[in-house]
Design a protein around this ligand. Structure first.
Ligand code: GDP
Ligand code: CA
Length: 328
């Protein structure tokens, strides 16, 4: 079985561990978000790709959900001693090595997809990880700023989230997305998949940014495989992160049903909502033409996460109809 998943960072990576546990024999391709990428100290940083890589490769800081286990901060301490900022974004020493390798390879002319493949070789990833695009696409967020002309300013997503702690936002802009193309292998992974999964990643700044790459959303909508998503919104709020703020910025209500409708029935065949908090959403989602089931949706343990992934695969199998016989 070939499974293709569109993933952001922490939420996506955690879910992918459950997906691998639920389908250990499957060939899994992960299409990763690059909208959070940025350049700092001259280093190219891809937070979501790295979170997936470290999580599935066994190098993640488990408690935090991002960054390396056993990290040290010698470089960060030295930068501080020089008075060199920004002070709101700290890079660990081990993590810096990843960014050095990436930046050096990009500088030598390799596309991000080739760089990501090279980085993942070291981690012996059990999935194929593809950046959604080799072009630069960076998410910016329009926020209030009394000192700016017009009273508003666009900041990089990392500044919005890490420095500003996600204040109310007016708009989300994917800078560069018009000129981006799906990275090599992305459209094939969508077209050849038996199942396409949307993990409970942020529907705006993670999955939304991936789908905004020209041709990508259409490829998912046109794919022969059933497309099943899991709600990142449980009981009217994000389980963690700032999905409520960015959903509001794009005019979408913060509810499990509204996120399904935002993705749309042309894209989604199936949707999972949380059984404890959102079972009332099932009828609303089905009324929008999307098959919906209520199952526990909290990734509170590896087993709970595996069961979530299994529920997504079960719904996909149901939507694909009875399996063709051997002669078919
Ligand atoms: P990020 O790039 O690190 O923000 O990670 P993602 O975009 O992949 O995932 C973030 C989303 O995961 C947030 O909107 C959370 O609401 C969602 N999330 C995190 N933990 C859980 C969980 O246990 N269950 C569900 N259903 N969603 C979760
Ligand atoms: Ca992210």
């Amino acid at each position: 079985m070939r499974i293709t998943a569109l993933a952001g960072g922490v939420g996506g990576a955690r879910f992918l561990r459950g997906l691998i546990a639920a389908a250990p024999a499957a060939e899994i391709t992960v299409i990763g978000n690059v909208g959070d990428d940025m350049t700092m100290h001259g280093l190219r940083i891809c937070p979501d790709l790295d979170t997936v890589m470290y999580t599935l490769g066994g190098g993640i800081h488990e408690g935090q959900g991002w960054g390396r286990a056993g990290e040290t901060f010698g470089v960060a301490d030295e930068l501080k001693a020089y008075g060199v900022g920004p002070d709101w974004f700290t890079l660990g020493d081990k993590d810096i090595a990843t960014h050095l390798v990436r930046t050096r390879m990009l500088g030598a002319g390799y596309p991000l997809s080739a760089v990501t493949e090279a980085l993942c070789t070291r981690w012996e990833l059990p999935v194929r990880l593809l950046p959604a695009t080799d072009e630069r696409v960076e998410t910016h967020v329009v926020v209030d700023d009394a000192d700016a002309p017009g009273g508003r300013r666009a900041v990089h997503f990392q500044e919005y989230w890490v420095k500003m702690h996600a204040p109310d936002a007016h708009a989300i802009v994917s800078v560069g997305v018009e000129d981006a193309k799906p990275a090599p292998g992305v459209l094939e992974a969508i077209g050849e998949a038996d199942v396409i999964v949307l993990p409970p990643s942020n529907p705006v700044v993670s999955v939304g940014t991936i789908l905004a790459i020209p041709g990508l959303r259409q490829a998912v909508a046109d794919a022969a495989a059933p497309v099943v998503g899991l709600s990142p919104i449980v009981g009217g709020g994000p389980v963690r992160g700032m999905a409520d703020k960015v959903l509001a910025a794009v005019g979408v209500e913060v509810s499990a049903a509204a996120v399904a409708r935002h993705y749309g029935a042309d894209l989604l065949d199936g949707w999972l909502v949380d059984a404890d908090a959102d079972s009332a959403a099932v009828a609303q989602v089905e009324a929008a033409g999307i098959a919906c089931r209520a199952v526990p949706l909290l990734m509170s343990s590896p087993e709970a996460t595996r069961a979530m992934a299994q529920a997504a695969l079960d719904l996909a199998a149901e939507l694909a109809g009875p399996a063709a016989g051997p002669e078919a």
